[in-house]
Design a protein around this ligand. Structure first.
Ligand code: ARG
Length: 570
């Protein structure tokens, strides 16, 4: 699609001496109030060079370009040149492109040839996959989809928390109090209960800690019995995680978690020592980062065991050597800010010039209306339960509203899960938020169901229009019929989508897409409210159907980037 800013800069350039086209482009504004035109050019900056008052300059420019056929109207208002683009030309350009591209509308190739790793979700084995994990999972998935859509060679990694001394404790507890059948029946809840029991018992019997440590050492040395149990815990936990991923429609290209790096760490411990970055401290190995205000990082404990941070250093280098990434993105809670700052700093000190291509994308906390979550006090909300409840409640609503859909279960799933996902991606990721059922399942507000419903409404109009009209709309249409105020506003929103996606990618901020598709949905509903679409006049009908097709494609593609389905009937 042509860039209107560029097109306008081309028109303005001959009128403005001394400014490069690029600079002119960067100065062009898009007024929030449509009365000021689609684009506006401020002349303040030119006053110094031209030694004239800005309004005079604006007047001169406005008069010089007024007759250009790219515009319906050009006005000078104070220091501004306000430009109203030709609505017919704009409609033709944007709508035919969106109709022609359909599912690919908004796609780009800006990332071609660049490998981007998005690491997200990364839950801990044998620990609850709770509502708190939804953030990394859903935000990460959307960032992955956005990068993929922008043409990057994107890949998804689930860096499972499947290693560490806690597995010594878990195996110890299982051997003492465990039962195989219980684990198989309800792996995570059962394993978690063993883990809790271990801590209770260890308070009175500290020797348990030693036993657990010894078991972990065996695991680290690859002793078969311990490895087998660990593997089994991992497999059972993954089965449970996968149920949730299936519901969300999420898959990963790699599940290489912390354990994968267990044998890859000695190289870095040695390298840190050789490069004089690490020092010994009471038997442990540390890196002092006081110069960077980042405290001290513990690399190995006094018993030689490695830590979370050691594995992250090994993982980053492994990824660079294996995938030669352009960017290595970590979607992890803001509580881990220091951790990421530390190890990225250490990589830099080690001389890896790509260290800053590792980016931590933090996000805020989710809390429940009844208070923050607490594993100890049993205030854990399992993500699976949340998703199931969302689907169940949506089904109830569908039945109550007597909505006519062929496949209630599938629709309830698309809408219920979509509602949770959309809610998650509605706010800036860094903001803390409170999970509220009322907000999530509202069909009226700026919610997932609202946007999906708008998409379904567009689909229904297209079904009523019939394939023949749709086929004609694809061939061409007379844009004069879609130049009304609400049509023009809607077209502008559709036009903006590709740039919005680029911006969301640059800022790692899916909520930018979420907000924009809410705008498109509202713009569409306004158009639907203001105008009759399936009118008798054939040419008018075809043009309007083309706009419906364009809006539908924009909404569907936007939803897809959030990781949501767009049902055709609701
Ligand atoms: N498993 C960790 C947790 O649940 C998150 C892992 C984040 N990724 C990383 N490379 N450190 O807190």
């Amino acid at each position: 699609m042509i860039s209107y800013k560029e097109k306008i800069a081309d028109i303005l350039a001959p009128q403005i001496e001394g400014l490069e086209k690029e600079e002119i482009m960067s100065m062009i504004e898009e007024p929030a109030d449509s009365k000021m035109g689609d684009y506006a050019f401020p002349c303040f900056k030119l006053a110094k060079v031209l030694r004239k008052a800005p309004p005079m300059i604006a007047k001169g420019i406005a008069e010089a370009i007024a007759d250009n056929e790219a515009f319906d109207k050009v006005e000078q208002v104070n220091a501004y040149v306000n430009m109203f683009v030709s609505k017919t030309e704009f409609a033709k350009e944007v709508v035919s492109e969106a109709v022609a591209k359909g599912d690919a509308y908004g796609r780009s190739e800006i990332g071609e040839g660049k490998k981007v790793i998005v690491e997200y979700s990364s839950p801990n084995i044998a620990k609850p996959f709770h509502i708190g994990h939804i953030r990394s999972t859903v935000i990460g998935n959307s960032i992955y989809k956005i990068y993929d859509f922008l043409g990057y060679d994107a890949m998804r990694i689930n860096h499972l928390g499947d290693y560490g001394t806690q597995f010594g404790k878990m195996i110890c507890a299982y051997r003492r109090w465990g039962n195989k059948e219980d684990v198989i029946k309800e792996p995570i809840k059962t394993l978690l209960s063993y883990y809790t029991k271990f801590h209770e018992e260890a308070e009175n019997d500290p020797s348990l800690e030693d036993e657990a440590r010894a078991i972990f050492t065996k695991l680290e040395h690859g002793e078969s019995e311990e490895v087998e149990l660990w593997q089994w815990f991992r497999d059972e936990s993954l089965k449970e995680f996968n149920r949730v991923y299936d519901m969300l429609g999420i898959t990963f290209d790699s599940y290489n978690g912390e354990s994968f790096y267990s044998d890859k760490m000695p190289r870095f411990v040695k390298e840190l020592a050789d490069k004089g970055i690490m020092e010994e401290d009471a038997g442990a190995n540390i890196v002092r980062l006081d110069d960077y205000n980042l405290g001290t990082a513990l690399i190995t404990k006094s018993d030689g065991s490695t830590l979370y941070i050691t594995r992250d250093i090994a993982a980053a280098v492994y990824r660079k050597e294996t995938y030669d990434f352009y960017k290595n993105i970590y979607v992890v809670a803001s509580q881990q800010n220091l951790h990421f700052q530390q190890w990225i700093q250490i990589l830099e000190m080690m001389g890896y010039e790509w260290a800053r291509d590792c980016v931590h994308i933090p996000f805020g906390l989710v809390s429940l209306e009844e208070g923050t979550m607490s594993t100890r006090q049993g205030r854990v909300v399992f993500l699976e339960d949340v998703l199931n409840r969302a689907v169940e409640q949506t089904k109830q609503i569908i039945i109550e509203k007597n909505v006519n859909t062929e496949n209630i279960d599938q629709t309830a799933k698309d809408v219920g899960i979509g509602a949770v996902v959309f809610n998650e991606l509605s706010n800036y990721r860094i903001k803390d938020y409170v999970f509220s059922w009322d907000k999530v399942l509202n069909f009226e507000g700026e919610t997932g169901p609202y946007v999906q419903y708008t998409h379904a409404r567009a689909c229904s109009i297209l079904r009523n229009a019939g394939e023949e009209v749709a086929a004609k709309a694809r061939e061409g249409f007379d844009p004069q019929y879609i130049t009304g105020e609400s049509a023009h506003k809607l077209i502008k929103l559709i036009y903006d989508l590709p740039d919005v996606i680029v911006e969301a990618g640059e800022k790692y901020e899916p909520s930018i897409v979420t907000r924009h598709i809410v705008d498109i949905a509202q713009g569409f509903n306004k158009f639907y409210h203001d105008e009759h679409i399936l009118v008798d006049n054939e040419d008018e009908k075809i043009a309007k159907v083309a706009l419906v097709m364009a809006a539908k494609a924009a909404i569907k593609n936007g939803l897809g980037l959030l990781g949501m389905n767009a049902p055709e009937k609701m």
